[in-house]
Design a protein around this ligand. Structure first.
Ligand SMILES: C[S@@+](CC[C@H](N)C(=O)[O-])C[C@H]1O[C@@H](n2cnc3c(N)ncnc32)[C@H](O)[C@@H]1O
Length: 256
């Protein structure tokens, strides 16, 4: 029997995907920063710098292992890079002191494990103001298997996108919806795995910090069943990027 004759069993069948359309996430982020006339920008998880390079305003980038492949400065007047984990950064530095004002737009794209993103959110909101925006990457996994907590591409069924790893950061969206109902949470259709725009921030809120260990214990064992995954996509049905970046729509989410 040749390989092409091998019968496809249900276990081998490629998993259904929920592909997202719209602009690439980094174009969306650059557009938001521009249209908001952002005073400054913070990126957690920078890697090669391709997203950070598209930003013009004063910027802080944090990554324990930079692998810059582009000029990260370009038109920026100010750029601060911190080669350390985000936990170390927030422990030892205050971005408000570095930038001279609260963080205006933050893009959180560090380690794709929900405890890390939750801490990044808590630490970032604290140094924002009410009209700042926090963008969470990779919270719209386009199949279930990419939500594994450890990226094991060799075990994945959908080989074509086995390199995509969102981890379980989606849980942070559910946590925010459960415990911070006053936040405005807007899932946005951008390629490849969505962007969650969080606005109406409250830098004085301590709910997530106060309940951190309870939250971690409750959410850590959670995994997507097909029903839970479908439910997540219904609750978090993404809007097109143009709903935010065209026609001054950004003012629906934050005051400039
Ligand atoms: C998906 S990449 C970031 C891509 C980048 N934001 C972009 O759009 O091009 C994730 C990055 O998070 C970094 N990272 C891993 N652990 C981290 C941590 N604890 N704190 C901050 N960054 C972390 C990794 O080194 C990696 O470069």
């Amino acid at each position: 029997m040749s390989q092409t004759d091998t019968p496809v069993t249900p276990q081998d069948a490629p998993l259904p995907r929920r592909p997202l359309d719209g602009p690439a996430y980094r174009d969306f982020i650059a557009d938001v920063v521009r249209k908001k006339f952002a005073r400054n920008y913070l990126e957690v998880g920078v890697r090669d710098g391709k997203t950070l390079a598209g930003i013009d305003c004063p910027t802080i980038g944090v990554d324990p292992n930079f692998t810059l492949s582009v000029d990260p400065i370009r038109k920026k007047r100010v750029l601060h890079l911190y080669q350390m984990t985000s936990d170390e950064f927030f422990r030892d530095h205050d971005p408000r002191a570095v930038l001279g004002s609260p963080v205006d737009v933050a893009f959180l794209d560090g380690l794709h494990v929900f405890e890390y993103l939750l801490r990044d959110f808590i630490n970032t909101e604290r140094v924002c103001d009410r009209n700042s925006l926090i963008l969470l990457d990779d919270c719209m996994p386009v199949n279930i298997e990419m939500t594994e907590r450890v990226h094991r591409p060799e075990l994945r069924k959908d080989k074509a996108i086995a390199g995509w790893w969102t981890g379980d950061v989606w849980k942070v969206v559910s946590i925010l919806r459960e415990l911070r109902p006053e936040l405005r949470i807007t899932p946005v259709s951008v390629r490849p795995t969505g962007s969650i725009m969080v606005s109406n921030l409250d830098p004085t809120s301590t709910v997530l910090d106060d309940r951190y260990f309870e939250i971690i214990e409750r959410y850590r064992p959670m995994v997507f069943t097909e029903a839970l995954y479908a439910d997540y996509w219904t609750t978090n049905a993404p809007v097109p990027a143009s709903a935010i970046t065209e026609d001054f729509n950004l003012s629906l989410f934050a005051r400039v």
